[in-house]
Design a protein. Structure first.
Length: 221
């Protein structure tokens, strides 16, 4: 009883005011999300578009839905009418598609560019220089229905604090540099259940926490 509500309260009491908690509800039933909602929480993250759409349809409409997973471009259209923030954008092509779909609904969709910070081999995320290129490009300025508002990073899957610290702080440094010339950059999404305290110490403004709120997931996706 009150498992989710208590977990949320515990985390919230430790969070600085400038940090937004995204409750990652992937694989969890709508009843779990409703419990968090009833406790006052409004920001939820999912990593599969179809799953997010069906939950959106069933749940209160003042929920802010964040897409945190890897994006399949051909599915962007299914969430374009409601998604609040897309964390995992890792190509200019994807921004073009989000812009196109957002336009159909007369919306501006906020996006984060996913940076590659993990030392481990990963195909996700952009190197810093490619992020810089996208931000500076004429083409981006022409996309009226997307707004790049910050970056997202996933650290190496490790308990080694030094590795995590180095990866988080490298993104924070890059974020601060880019902010100097781009005032629209306000969000730095870093940190999950296992590493969010460290991420906050290293400048995160948005954490994505799943298992510490809803409990362990039954399967890995
Ligand atoms: C699942 C997921 C999370 C949350 O993971 P937990 O370890 O359960 O907190 C955060 N970010 C992304 C991108 C995820 O896919």
């Amino acid at each position: 009883m009150d498992f989710i509500k208590n977990n949320l309260a515990k985390i919230n009491t430790t969070l600085p005011e400038h940090v937004t908690l995204v409750a990652v509800s992937k694989t969890k039933p709508v009843s779990d999300i409703q419990e968090a909602y009833d406790a006052g929480h409004r920001v939820f993250g999912e990593n599969k578009i179809q799953e997010m759409v069906s939950k959106y349809d069933e749940l209160p409409k003042d929920i802010q839905w964040h897409m945190i997973g890897h994006l399949q471009r051909n599915k962007v259209k299914y969430m374009a009418h409601f998604v609040d923030l897309i964390h995992g954008v890792d190509s200019f092509k994807t921004l073009v598609e989000i812009d196109k779909q957002a336009k159909k609904h007369n919306r501006v969709i906020r996006c984060l560019l996913q940076a590659r910070i993990a030392k481990e081999e990963t195909k996700f995320g952009l190197p810093f220089n490619e992020i810089e290129e996208i931000l500076a490009s004429e083409e981006l300025a022409q996309l009226e229905n997307v707004k790049v508002v910050g970056f997202m990073g996933m650290a190496t899957f490790t308990h080694d604090k030094e590795v995590l610290q180095e990866e988080f702080s490298s993104l924070k440094t890059f974020f601060d540099q880019q902010k100097n010339t781009n005032t629209e950059l306000t969000i730095l999404s870093m940190g999950m259940s296992g590493d969010y305290q460290l991420a906050i110490e290293n400048g995160s403004t948005m954490i994505r926490v799943g298992s510490s709120i809803f409990g362990a997931r039954n399967y890995i996706i």
